[in-house]
Design a binder for this molecule. Structure first.
Ligand code: NAD
Length: 271
């Protein structure tokens, strides 16, 4: 049966590709974006999110999947508003409809930036839902310049990836049959990176920070294919995962052993 899939950030880049791939599968894509989408909405505004959910319900009745992909990289608190609060509020607001679906699924576009050093205090403020404190602190980092301000972006992505793992096994999601996962792209050739990737200096900076030995910069479809699979009925058992689609950056950065304690049977408490 055809599924209705909400795609945020559907007006450009990865989101536009997701909408196209959803339609190619014979499902219906419901695009949400500031512009160039079925519903033009600012997802950083919580009441606008609630309004658009009502409009989607009125017009489509049922929602089977949400790809929460809209994002910014401004290195200012706007990144916190859109990438963390916007994505989380969107998922929360569609949760009731997703729970009514046979196979409710969520996929969030996080980032390989979630693997980079960031500001743990800012991540904690986000996860503790201290919105005004987080925005104020993020602004103080942005005021120190681009380098310090980048923590707004990296913390927004670390926090949303952490949130996915936190909520996935709970009654609210797993208990309601809703799978929720994230994808972490590395450097993707989209309008967000056009300027950066247009010069040798920019490319050196991007791939110096985020090496991609496997096929270099990703294409929007490399990310969208995984997001669209995650919200399909084919994904019956995967939840709480952050899947890095990054040309190898995670394997380089975190190394070969992700499986922390206990490392050997000797360390298992046998009592
Ligand atoms: N391009 C990359 O290298 C890269 C890498 C890692 C993660 N990402 C993430 O991928 C996602 C998609 O980015 P993209 O590369 O396709 O960029 P893009 O700029 O082409 O698309 C982002 C879309 O989000 C929309 N958007 C921004 N703020 C919004 C708001 N407040 N309300 C509604 N819509 C809003 C924009 O209008 C735009 O259409 C983002 O979450 C981004 O952080 C991108």
């Amino acid at each position: 049966m055809a599924r209705n899939i909400v795609v945020t950030g559907a007006g450009s880049g990865i989101g536009a590709m997701c909408a196209q791939l959803v339609e190619d599968r014979g499902d219906t894509a419901i695009g949400l974006d500031l512009k160039n989408a079925e519903f033009e909405v600012d997802l950083s505004d919580r009441s606008a999110v609630d309004d658009v959910v009502r409009q989607v319900e009125e017009q489509y009745g049922q929602v089977d999947g949400v790809i929460a992909n809209a994002g910014t990289q401004t290195n200012t608190p706007l990144d916190l508003k859109v990438n963390f609060f916007g994505a989380r509020n969107t998922v929360h607001a569609f949760r009731r409809l997703l729970a009514q679906s046979e196979n409710g699924r969520v996929a969030i576009t996080a980032s390989a930036a979630s693997l980079q050093p960031t500001d743990p205090h800012l991540v904690k403020l986000l996860l503790d839902d201290q919105e005004s404190e987080a925005l104020e602190y993020g602004q103080s980092l942005a005021d120190q310049g681009q380098m310090a301000g980048y923590a707004n972006y990296s913390a927004s992505k670390r926090a949303i990836a952490t949130w996915v793992r936190r909520v996935a096994p709970t009654e609210e999601f797993a208990g309601a049959g809703i799978g929720i996962n994230a994808v972490g792209p590395g450097v993707v050739a989209t309008p967000m990176t056009t300027q950066l990737l247009s010069t040798q200096e920019g490319r050196d900076m991007a791939f110096g920070a985020m090496p991609a030995p496997y096929n270099g910069a990703q294409r929007p479809e490399d990310i969208a294919d995984v997001l669209v699979f995650l919200v399909s009925g084919l994904n019956r058992s995967m939840t709480g995962q952050v899947i890095y689609v990054d040309g190898g950056f995670d394997a380089i950065g975190r190394g070969e052993d992700l499986w922390h304690a206990p490392k050997s049977m000797d360390q298992v408490d046998s009592r």
